[in-house]
Design a protein around this ligand. Structure first.
Ligand SMILES: [Zn+2]
Ligand SMILES: [Zn+2]
Length: 325
């Protein structure tokens, strides 16, 4: 297990905003920053996201993929400011924005009426899906869109790490006489045969491929068991929990979920870890949301601004760190 951790690439989720609808004294609207090795993602971009990125010492310009779930303001009102700042800082690299179709003309109008153009190209990818669909297929990861049930069209996202090659045990290779030129074949799992016909078994000179990790970002949605197959076994599930069970009828009316319902989804999908968020401003103390979800799924934690999680294959609550602003 120790060796596995050594060879795992960084996969970090940083919470930037946990509030539904409006900011509160302690909470910002929805946004989460994700790093997977050398790839940087932003899931939703509520108002104040740039400030939270600064608080967390995360670099704006490194973000290459922005994924917007839907066009309620608490999920994208930070985006015009973000893309403008990228241009003011003279970005030249491409930016990919995945989101609802109307987002493109909205941003284009803002840029044009502001009298300018951007210093870099933006590529729009439509998030309109009627069933789970792969939206980005990269050599190192994939992103699948999942249709959610909300008051307006809304898409959840699952980011999955790719690349399950075995890792080379260099000292063992040198000892067993396996040449460097054969390393690529070793990574694929092949055995090596020496000139004298001796077989060096792959397991003796390689480490197992690290477990592939995944992150599901599910917000905003009414309680919907149809999403369970699409998020089965994910390493970290972020699922909205706007309300407590005592406000379940309000959740139903507004197409949101309760903490208990988020727990039921996590339990059914057998995820490794559940993270709650998108809290109604009515709850100053959010711990009852945690207790309620834990009646259904024990390995649950609360999203808090600044919380950073390093995803491993195991439940990883203890790895969480909350910086003090
Ligand atoms: Zn929302
Ligand atoms: Zn919404």
């Amino acid at each position: 297990l120790f060796l596995w951790n050594l060879v795992q690439k960084p996969f970090e989720v940083t919470v930037l905003g946990t509030s539904s609808a409006t900011p509160t004294k302690d909470r910002s609207p929805s946004a989460q920053h994700v790093r997977l090795d050398k790839h940087y993602f932003l899931f939703d971009c509520g108002e104040g996201t740039q400030n939270r990125l600064l608080d967390c010492k995360l670099k704006l310009q490194k973000i290459k993929y922005v994924l917007i779930t839907h066009l309620h303001g608490d999920h994208f009102f930070g985006l015009p400011g973000l893309i403008t700042s990228m241009s003011l800082f003279k970005r030249t690299e491409d930016l990919y924005i995945v989101g609802p179709d109307p987002l493109k003309p909205i941003l284009e109008a803002l840029i044009e009426e502001g009298g300018g153009s951007l210093s870099y190209p933006i590529h729009f990818i439509s998030s309109k899906v009627t069933e789970a669909k792969e939206l980005i297929d990269h050599r190192d990861f994939s992103i699948v869109g999942i249709p959610l049930q909300h008051r307006i069209p809304c898409t959840g996202y699952v980011l999955r790490e790719k690349g399950s090659l075995r890792k080379i045990h260099v000292e063992a290779c040198e000892e067993m006489g396996v040449p460097v030129s054969y390393y690529e074949s070793l990574k694929q799992g092949l055995d090596y045969v020496t000139d004298s016909g001796r077989v060096v078994e792959n397991e003796m000179v390689t480490f197992p491929a690290p477990a592939l990790r995944s992150f599901a970002y599910i917000t905003d949605t009414v309680f919907d068991m149809n999403i369970v197959p699409y998020i089965q076994g994910v390493t970290l599930l972020y699922h909205e929990s706007t309300f407590l069970k005592e406000h379940e009828s309000r959740a139903q009316e507004t197409f949101h979920s309760t903490a208990e319902q988020a727990g039921i989804i996590a339990n059914q999908a057998k995820v490794k870890q559940l993270m709650l968020g998108h809290y109604s401003a009515r709850y100053e103390d959010i711990s009852p949301l945690l207790w309620e979800a834990q009646t259904q799924f024990n390995t649950t934690l609360l999203a808090v601004e600044g919380l950073r999680l390093e995803l491993s294959g195991e439940p990883f609550v203890s790895a969480a760190t909350v910086p003090q602003f």
